[in-house]
Design a binder for this molecule. Structure first.
Ligand code: PYC
Length: 332
Protein backbone atom coordinates (compact mmCIF):
# COMPACT_ATOMS: atom_id res chain seq x y z
CA UNK A 1 0.00 0.00 0.00
CA UNK A 2 1.33 3.45 -0.75
CA UNK A 3 0.15 6.74 0.61
CA UNK A 4 0.73 10.28 -0.54
CA UNK A 5 0.26 13.34 1.65
CA UNK A 6 -0.63 16.83 0.38
CA UNK A 7 -0.29 19.93 2.53
CA UNK A 8 -3.06 22.23 1.42
CA UNK A 9 -4.21 25.68 2.43
CA UNK A 10 -7.86 26.44 1.76
CA UNK A 11 -9.43 29.80 0.98
CA UNK A 12 -12.35 31.19 -0.94
CA UNK A 13 -12.36 33.99 -3.48
CA UNK A 14 -15.61 35.92 -3.21
CA UNK A 15 -17.30 32.64 -2.22
CA UNK A 16 -15.63 30.17 -4.60
CA UNK A 17 -13.10 27.68 -3.17
CA UNK A 18 -9.35 27.69 -3.77
CA UNK A 19 -7.20 24.86 -2.38
CA UNK A 20 -3.48 25.56 -2.79
CA UNK A 21 -1.22 22.52 -2.62
CA UNK A 22 1.71 23.94 -0.66
CA UNK A 23 3.52 20.60 -0.35
CA UNK A 24 3.32 17.21 -2.06
CA UNK A 25 2.86 18.34 -5.67
CA UNK A 26 4.71 16.31 -8.34
CA UNK A 27 7.81 17.38 -10.24
CA UNK A 28 6.79 18.16 -13.80
CA UNK A 29 8.72 18.25 -17.07
CA UNK A 30 8.48 21.21 -19.43
CA UNK A 31 9.95 24.58 -20.27
CA UNK A 32 6.77 26.48 -19.37
CA UNK A 33 3.48 25.91 -17.53
CA UNK A 34 1.65 24.92 -20.71
CA UNK A 35 4.05 21.98 -21.18
CA UNK A 36 3.94 21.15 -17.47
CA UNK A 37 0.13 21.15 -17.65
CA UNK A 38 0.29 18.51 -20.40
CA UNK A 39 2.70 16.38 -18.34
CA UNK A 40 0.46 16.62 -15.27
CA UNK A 41 -2.67 15.68 -17.23
CA UNK A 42 -0.89 12.62 -18.67
CA UNK A 43 0.66 11.23 -15.50
CA UNK A 44 -0.71 12.89 -12.38
CA UNK A 45 -4.35 13.64 -13.00
CA UNK A 46 -5.24 11.34 -10.07
CA UNK A 47 -3.90 14.08 -7.78
CA UNK A 48 -6.39 16.56 -9.23
CA UNK A 49 -9.35 14.17 -9.09
CA UNK A 50 -8.34 12.91 -5.61
CA UNK A 51 -8.10 16.43 -4.17
CA UNK A 52 -10.97 18.09 -6.08
CA UNK A 53 -13.75 15.48 -6.34
CA UNK A 54 -15.73 13.96 -3.47
CA UNK A 55 -15.02 12.71 -0.83
CA UNK A 56 -12.07 15.15 -0.33
CA UNK A 57 -13.56 17.92 -2.44
CA UNK A 58 -16.90 18.74 -4.04
CA UNK A 59 -18.45 19.85 -7.34
CA UNK A 60 -17.15 23.44 -7.13
CA UNK A 61 -13.67 22.59 -5.78
CA UNK A 62 -10.80 24.33 -7.44
CA UNK A 63 -7.16 24.87 -6.56
CA UNK A 64 -3.58 25.18 -7.67
CA UNK A 65 -0.06 23.84 -7.28
CA UNK A 66 2.88 26.25 -7.08
CA UNK A 67 6.11 25.82 -9.07
CA UNK A 68 9.29 27.87 -9.41
CA UNK A 69 9.14 30.29 -12.35
CA UNK A 70 10.86 29.35 -15.63
CA UNK A 71 11.99 32.92 -16.25
CA UNK A 72 14.08 34.31 -13.36
CA UNK A 73 12.34 37.69 -13.79
CA UNK A 74 9.07 36.10 -12.62
CA UNK A 75 8.03 35.20 -9.07
CA UNK A 76 5.98 32.02 -9.36
CA UNK A 77 4.45 29.54 -11.79
CA UNK A 78 1.00 28.05 -11.19
CA UNK A 79 -0.81 24.92 -12.31
CA UNK A 80 -4.59 25.22 -11.86
CA UNK A 81 -6.33 22.04 -10.75
CA UNK A 82 -10.12 22.04 -10.83
CA UNK A 83 -13.06 19.68 -11.05
CA UNK A 84 -13.10 20.74 -14.73
CA UNK A 85 -9.51 19.69 -15.43
CA UNK A 86 -6.41 21.87 -15.46
CA UNK A 87 -7.56 25.23 -16.73
CA UNK A 88 -5.15 27.31 -18.84
CA UNK A 89 -6.05 30.25 -16.58
CA UNK A 90 -8.34 30.85 -13.62
CA UNK A 91 -9.12 34.31 -12.24
CA UNK A 92 -10.72 33.45 -8.91
CA UNK A 93 -7.99 30.80 -8.55
CA UNK A 94 -5.30 33.44 -9.07
CA UNK A 95 -6.82 35.83 -6.52
CA UNK A 96 -7.07 33.02 -3.93
CA UNK A 97 -3.64 31.55 -4.73
CA UNK A 98 -1.84 34.89 -4.45
CA UNK A 99 -3.68 35.75 -1.21
CA UNK A 100 -2.63 32.41 0.30
CA UNK A 101 0.90 32.54 -1.09
CA UNK A 102 1.57 36.03 0.34
CA UNK A 103 -0.19 35.60 3.69
CA UNK A 104 1.44 32.22 4.31
CA UNK A 105 4.90 33.22 3.03
CA UNK A 106 4.93 30.65 0.19
CA UNK A 107 6.44 33.18 -2.21
CA UNK A 108 8.64 36.24 -1.72
CA UNK A 109 7.97 38.65 -4.60
CA UNK A 110 11.00 40.54 -5.87
CA UNK A 111 9.02 43.77 -5.65
CA UNK A 112 6.63 43.86 -2.67
CA UNK A 113 3.06 44.41 -3.89
CA UNK A 114 3.73 42.91 -7.33
CA UNK A 115 3.75 39.28 -8.47
CA UNK A 116 4.73 38.12 -11.95
CA UNK A 117 2.90 34.81 -12.32
CA UNK A 118 3.39 32.24 -15.09
CA UNK A 119 0.12 30.44 -15.93
CA UNK A 120 -0.38 27.83 -18.69
CA UNK A 121 -2.19 30.53 -20.72
CA UNK A 122 0.69 33.01 -20.37
CA UNK A 123 2.17 35.65 -18.09
CA UNK A 124 -0.19 37.31 -15.60
CA UNK A 125 0.90 40.49 -13.81
CA UNK A 126 -0.53 40.97 -10.35
CA UNK A 127 -0.77 43.85 -7.91
CA UNK A 128 -1.86 43.11 -4.37
CA UNK A 129 -2.62 45.28 -1.34
CA UNK A 130 -1.82 44.29 2.21
CA UNK A 131 -2.86 45.49 5.66
CA UNK A 132 -0.51 43.92 8.19
CA UNK A 133 -0.44 40.23 7.43
CA UNK A 134 -3.69 40.26 5.45
CA UNK A 135 -3.98 40.64 1.71
CA UNK A 136 -6.99 42.89 1.15
CA UNK A 137 -7.16 42.89 -2.65
CA UNK A 138 -5.57 41.21 -5.66
CA UNK A 139 -5.72 42.74 -9.13
CA UNK A 140 -4.58 40.60 -12.03
CA UNK A 141 -3.74 41.79 -15.52
CA UNK A 142 -4.88 38.82 -17.52
CA UNK A 143 -3.68 37.34 -20.80
CA UNK A 144 -5.23 39.04 -23.87
CA UNK A 145 -8.96 38.40 -24.26
CA UNK A 146 -10.91 38.51 -27.53
CA UNK A 147 -14.29 37.83 -29.07
CA UNK A 148 -13.97 34.57 -31.03
CA UNK A 149 -17.44 34.20 -32.58
CA UNK A 150 -20.68 36.20 -32.69
CA UNK A 151 -24.34 35.35 -33.08
CA UNK A 152 -24.00 31.57 -33.18
CA UNK A 153 -27.36 29.82 -33.15
CA UNK A 154 -27.22 26.67 -31.02
CA UNK A 155 -30.00 24.34 -29.89
CA UNK A 156 -30.21 23.99 -26.11
CA UNK A 157 -32.42 21.11 -24.95
CA UNK A 158 -34.87 22.48 -22.36
CA UNK A 159 -34.67 26.07 -23.65
CA UNK A 160 -34.76 25.87 -27.45
CA UNK A 161 -32.71 27.77 -29.96
CA UNK A 162 -30.23 30.26 -28.41
CA UNK A 163 -28.14 33.04 -29.93
CA UNK A 164 -24.72 33.30 -28.27
CA UNK A 165 -21.22 34.71 -28.62
CA UNK A 166 -17.99 32.91 -27.74
CA UNK A 167 -15.12 34.89 -26.21
CA UNK A 168 -11.71 33.95 -24.85
CA UNK A 169 -10.56 35.29 -21.48
CA UNK A 170 -8.07 32.56 -20.51
CA UNK A 171 -10.70 29.90 -21.30
CA UNK A 172 -13.33 29.91 -24.05
CA UNK A 173 -16.75 31.11 -22.84
CA UNK A 174 -20.12 30.81 -24.53
CA UNK A 175 -21.96 33.96 -23.42
CA UNK A 176 -25.75 33.76 -23.32
CA UNK A 177 -27.55 37.07 -22.91
CA UNK A 178 -31.26 37.24 -22.03
CA UNK A 179 -33.39 36.60 -25.14
CA UNK A 180 -36.69 35.04 -26.15
CA UNK A 181 -35.75 31.49 -25.05
CA UNK A 182 -33.65 32.53 -22.04
CA UNK A 183 -35.21 35.02 -19.66
CA UNK A 184 -32.07 35.88 -17.63
CA UNK A 185 -30.26 33.85 -14.96
CA UNK A 186 -32.49 35.13 -12.14
CA UNK A 187 -35.42 33.17 -13.59
CA UNK A 188 -33.80 29.73 -13.19
CA UNK A 189 -32.42 27.64 -10.35
CA UNK A 190 -28.71 26.76 -10.29
CA UNK A 191 -29.66 23.11 -11.00
CA UNK A 192 -31.60 24.17 -14.09
CA UNK A 193 -28.67 26.28 -15.35
CA UNK A 194 -26.34 23.31 -14.83
CA UNK A 195 -28.63 20.95 -16.76
CA UNK A 196 -28.95 23.44 -19.66
CA UNK A 197 -25.19 24.02 -19.67
CA UNK A 198 -24.25 20.35 -19.87
CA UNK A 199 -26.29 19.95 -23.06
CA UNK A 200 -25.48 23.34 -24.55
CA UNK A 201 -21.72 22.85 -24.18
CA UNK A 202 -21.95 19.52 -26.04
CA UNK A 203 -23.95 21.13 -28.85
CA UNK A 204 -21.55 24.08 -29.17
CA UNK A 205 -18.46 21.89 -29.40
CA UNK A 206 -20.20 19.43 -31.76
CA UNK A 207 -20.88 22.17 -34.32
CA UNK A 208 -18.07 24.71 -33.76
CA UNK A 209 -14.31 24.68 -33.21
CA UNK A 210 -12.36 27.17 -31.11
CA UNK A 211 -8.57 27.04 -31.10
CA UNK A 212 -6.35 29.66 -29.52
CA UNK A 213 -4.15 30.91 -32.39
CA UNK A 214 -1.02 30.94 -30.22
CA UNK A 215 -1.63 27.81 -28.12
CA UNK A 216 -3.45 24.93 -29.86
CA UNK A 217 -3.74 23.02 -26.54
CA UNK A 218 -6.52 25.53 -25.70
CA UNK A 219 -9.16 24.24 -28.07
CA UNK A 220 -12.58 23.72 -26.49
CA UNK A 221 -15.42 25.92 -25.33
CA UNK A 222 -15.38 24.78 -21.70
CA UNK A 223 -17.47 27.39 -19.87
CA UNK A 224 -20.96 28.86 -20.25
CA UNK A 225 -21.68 32.37 -18.96
CA UNK A 226 -25.38 32.98 -18.33
CA UNK A 227 -26.19 36.68 -18.01
CA UNK A 228 -29.04 38.37 -16.19
CA UNK A 229 -30.28 41.32 -14.17
CA UNK A 230 -27.97 42.79 -11.53
CA UNK A 231 -28.79 42.56 -7.82
CA UNK A 232 -27.16 45.83 -6.77
CA UNK A 233 -27.18 49.26 -8.37
CA UNK A 234 -23.41 49.61 -8.61
CA UNK A 235 -22.99 46.38 -10.64
CA UNK A 236 -22.52 46.65 -14.41
CA UNK A 237 -23.60 43.08 -15.14
CA UNK A 238 -24.29 39.77 -13.41
CA UNK A 239 -23.37 36.24 -14.40
CA UNK A 240 -23.62 32.60 -13.46
CA UNK A 241 -20.67 30.71 -14.94
CA UNK A 242 -20.90 26.96 -15.48
CA UNK A 243 -17.67 24.94 -15.33
CA UNK A 244 -16.68 21.32 -14.85
CA UNK A 245 -19.69 19.02 -14.98
CA UNK A 246 -21.83 20.38 -12.17
CA UNK A 247 -20.38 23.68 -10.98
CA UNK A 248 -21.68 27.23 -10.98
CA UNK A 249 -18.96 29.68 -9.95
CA UNK A 250 -19.82 31.44 -6.68
CA UNK A 251 -17.37 34.22 -7.57
CA UNK A 252 -17.96 36.54 -10.54
CA UNK A 253 -15.37 34.44 -12.46
CA UNK A 254 -12.15 36.16 -13.50
CA UNK A 255 -11.67 34.59 -16.92
CA UNK A 256 -15.42 34.92 -17.55
CA UNK A 257 -15.25 38.62 -16.62
CA UNK A 258 -12.30 39.00 -19.03
CA UNK A 259 -14.21 37.25 -21.83
CA UNK A 260 -17.29 39.38 -21.14
CA UNK A 261 -15.24 42.61 -21.29
CA UNK A 262 -13.70 41.50 -24.61
CA UNK A 263 -17.21 40.87 -25.95
CA UNK A 264 -18.47 44.26 -24.73
CA UNK A 265 -15.38 46.05 -26.06
CA UNK A 266 -15.75 44.53 -29.54
CA UNK A 267 -19.43 45.47 -29.59
CA UNK A 268 -18.68 49.06 -28.53
CA UNK A 269 -20.29 48.65 -25.07
CA UNK A 270 -17.15 49.16 -22.93
CA UNK A 271 -14.22 51.52 -23.41
CA UNK A 272 -10.65 51.26 -22.10
CA UNK A 273 -10.41 52.58 -18.54
CA UNK A 274 -14.13 52.22 -17.73
CA UNK A 275 -15.01 50.09 -14.72
CA UNK A 276 -16.91 46.87 -15.29
CA UNK A 277 -18.32 45.66 -11.97
CA UNK A 278 -19.30 42.03 -12.36
CA UNK A 279 -21.65 40.39 -9.90
CA UNK A 280 -21.81 36.66 -9.18
CA UNK A 281 -24.75 34.36 -8.55
CA UNK A 282 -24.38 35.10 -4.80
CA UNK A 283 -23.86 38.84 -5.29
CA UNK A 284 -20.09 38.99 -4.73
CA UNK A 285 -18.22 41.38 -7.05
CA UNK A 286 -15.06 41.73 -9.13
CA UNK A 287 -13.94 45.04 -10.60
CA UNK A 288 -12.91 44.66 -14.22
CA UNK A 289 -11.18 47.16 -16.49
CA UNK A 290 -9.72 47.24 -19.98
CA UNK A 291 -6.07 48.09 -19.35
CA UNK A 292 -4.90 48.08 -22.97
CA UNK A 293 -6.12 47.41 -26.43
CA UNK A 294 -4.08 44.85 -28.35
CA UNK A 295 -4.49 42.03 -30.86
CA UNK A 296 -4.01 38.27 -30.96
CA UNK A 297 -2.80 37.18 -34.42
CA UNK A 298 -4.69 40.05 -36.01
CA UNK A 299 -7.87 39.58 -33.92
CA UNK A 300 -8.80 42.75 -31.95
CA UNK A 301 -8.21 42.00 -28.28
CA UNK A 302 -7.94 43.64 -24.87
CA UNK A 303 -5.71 43.21 -21.86
CA UNK A 304 -8.29 43.00 -19.07
CA UNK A 305 -7.70 43.44 -15.37
CA UNK A 306 -9.82 41.84 -12.68
CA UNK A 307 -9.70 42.78 -9.01
CA UNK A 308 -11.18 40.90 -6.06
CA UNK A 309 -10.45 39.52 -2.61
CA UNK A 310 -10.03 36.16 -0.93
CA UNK A 311 -10.13 34.84 2.64
CA UNK A 312 -7.96 32.05 3.94
CA UNK A 313 -9.93 29.69 6.19
CA UNK A 314 -7.99 26.53 6.86
CA UNK A 315 -5.06 24.16 6.73
CA UNK A 316 -5.78 20.75 5.34
CA UNK A 317 -3.36 17.81 5.36
CA UNK A 318 -4.91 15.39 2.91
CA UNK A 319 -3.86 11.77 2.45
CA UNK A 320 -4.50 9.73 -0.66
CA UNK A 321 -3.95 6.03 0.10
CA UNK A 322 -4.07 3.61 -2.76
CA UNK A 323 -6.01 1.07 -0.66
CA UNK A 324 -8.86 3.61 -0.62
CA UNK A 325 -11.40 2.63 -3.30
CA UNK A 326 -12.11 6.35 -3.71
CA UNK A 327 -8.49 7.46 -3.84
CA UNK A 328 -9.14 9.13 -7.21
CA UNK A 329 -12.41 10.69 -6.06
CA UNK A 330 -15.81 10.27 -7.62
CA UNK A 331 -18.66 12.29 -9.06
CA UNK A 332 -22.34 11.34 -8.80
O1 PYC B 1 -12.44 32.76 -12.01
O2 PYC B 1 -11.57 32.34 -13.98
C1 PYC B 1 -12.25 32.03 -12.99
C2 PYC B 1 -12.90 30.70 -12.97
C3 PYC B 1 -12.90 29.74 -13.93
C4 PYC B 1 -13.65 28.67 -13.45
C5 PYC B 1 -14.09 29.00 -12.22
N1 PYC B 1 -13.63 30.25 -11.93
Amino acid sequence: MSSKTFFCIDAHTCGNPVRVVAGGGPNLAGVNMSEKRQHFLKEYDWIRTGLMFEPRGHDMMSGSILYPPHDPENDVAVLFIETSGCLPMCGHGTIGTITIAIEEGLIQPKIPGIVRMEAPAGLVLIEYKQEGNKVTSVKLKNVPAYLAAQDLIVECPGLGSLKLDVAYGGNFYAIVDPQENFKGLENYTASELIAFSQNLRKEINKHHTFIHPQNPTINTCTHILWAGATLSEEATARNAVFYGDKAIDRSPCGTGTSARMAQWYTKGLLKPGESFIHESIIGSKFIGKIEEVTEVNGIPAIVPSVEGWAKVYGYNTIKIDDDDPYSKGFQV
